[in-house]
Design a protein around this ligand. Structure first.
Ligand code: MTE
Length: 326
């Protein structure tokens, strides 16, 4: 996660929206700042061919009826933009890297183990997990902390279906999402840019909110590798980094889990990470955003909405100081 501000405080276009070289420079700067070690030569994958995309060779259909409660009347982001502008650090830190390198991920066979503070721990293969509840298409906004957003038709079901099935014990207050950690499949794991595996967490009531989507597909097809195949979370009221990709473990725990970005830069990325235009990131404003594929960097940015417009989650945070719990 990068970005910069001009000396006079005015937001500059994101480096990634100008030239790949600028992205590369900015990322190096960011990595230096975090003192997390250097990546020799910048992007791990800058030499990789930009022609080859990691789309699933034969894209598999995963059709589901759109749930009218979540059918945003906004222009959908083009599939090509949503699948070639990705954050998935296990496949490189450049937005273009995952589409080029994620072909090495094997989304099948795949199992997800559900464990910890539950009465019925289980390990499910992908088909059993997908069949646990009816799949729905939901058109959600996803806003990244870097200040860009997309509108994507996701396919999945509310995570609450799974939570109910495993019967959390009275000790379960949080859920930890642990993602794949396999150097053979994920070349980016050789870089110390984050602590691996990538881990995210939610409070149990957040995870139980109907909007929290356990996601298997997008645009009527199974998830492309670069978007988190074969199973990921999508939490439309939180910054994109809360939506863990390629999940292998869902652990119910008593204490607030550590999370990848919070470990990397605690003063910049809090546990809650709700989209909140009133809380600036320490290095840039969060008041506005650019819609990928629509708003050029010279266009006026869109106003960011509290909870990304999903005001139905507000009651989860009643009484909390959302400036303190960012
Ligand atoms: N999950 C894993 N395992 N690794 C990552 O690097 N990046 C996060 C999130 N989930 C990430 C991850 C970030 S920063 C964002 S913005 C979203 O995935 C991006 O999802 P998208 O590429 O489908 O837009």
């Amino acid at each position: 996660m990068l970005i910069k501000r001009s000396p006079n405080g005015i937001d500059l276009p994101f480096p990634s929206e100008i030239t790949p070289q600028a992205v590369f420079e900015s990322r190096r700067d960011f990595i230096r700042k975090m003192a997390l070690g250097s990546i020799a030569g910048g992007s791990l994958f800058e030499m990789a061919s930009r022609q080859a995309f990691a789309q699933n060779p034969a894209s598999q259909k995963l059709a589901a009826a759109t749930n009218p409660a979540y059918a945003l009347i906004e222009k959908k982001t083009a599939y090509k933009d949503a699948t070639t502008y990705n954050n998935f650090y296990e496949f490189g830190t450049d937005k273009a890297d995952p589409a080029v390198t994620a072909h090495s991920l094997k989304p099948r066979p795949w199992t997800v183990s559900i464990e910890g503070e539950v009465k019925k721990p289980m390990t499910l293969d992908l088909d059993s997990l997908m069949k646990l509840a009816a799949l729905e298409e939901r058109i959600y906004r996803l806003r990244c902390v870097e200040g860009w957003s997309m509108v994507i038709p996701w396919v999945g079901y509310s995570l609450s279906n799974l939570i109910k099935k495993v019967e959390p014990t009275g000790n379960a207050r949080y859920i930890e999402f642990i993602t794949l950690d396999d150097k053979k499949q994920m070349p980016g794991l050789r870089s110390p840019v984050l602590e691996w595996p990538y881990v995210e967490g939610l409070r149990l009531d957040e995870a139980n909110h109907p909007l929290a989507l356990l996601t298997f597909g997008m645009y009527g097809e199974v998830l492309p590798n670069q978007n988190g195949a074969p199973v990921r979370m999508v939490l439309p009221w939180k910054y994109g980094f809360k939506s863990a990709k390629s999940i292998v473990k869902i652990r119910f725990v008593k204490d607030q889990p550590r999370t990848a970005w919070n470990i990397a830069a605690p003063s910049e990325y809090g546990f809650y990470s709700n989209v909140n235009p009133e809380v600036d990131h320490p290095r840039w404003s969060q008041a506005s955003e650019r819609r990928i594929g629509e708003d050029g960097f010279l266009a006026r940015k869109r106003k960011t909405l509290m909870f990304n417009g999903y005001s139905e989650v507000a009651s989860l945070y009643a009484g909390m100081d959302l400036k303190k719990f960012y």
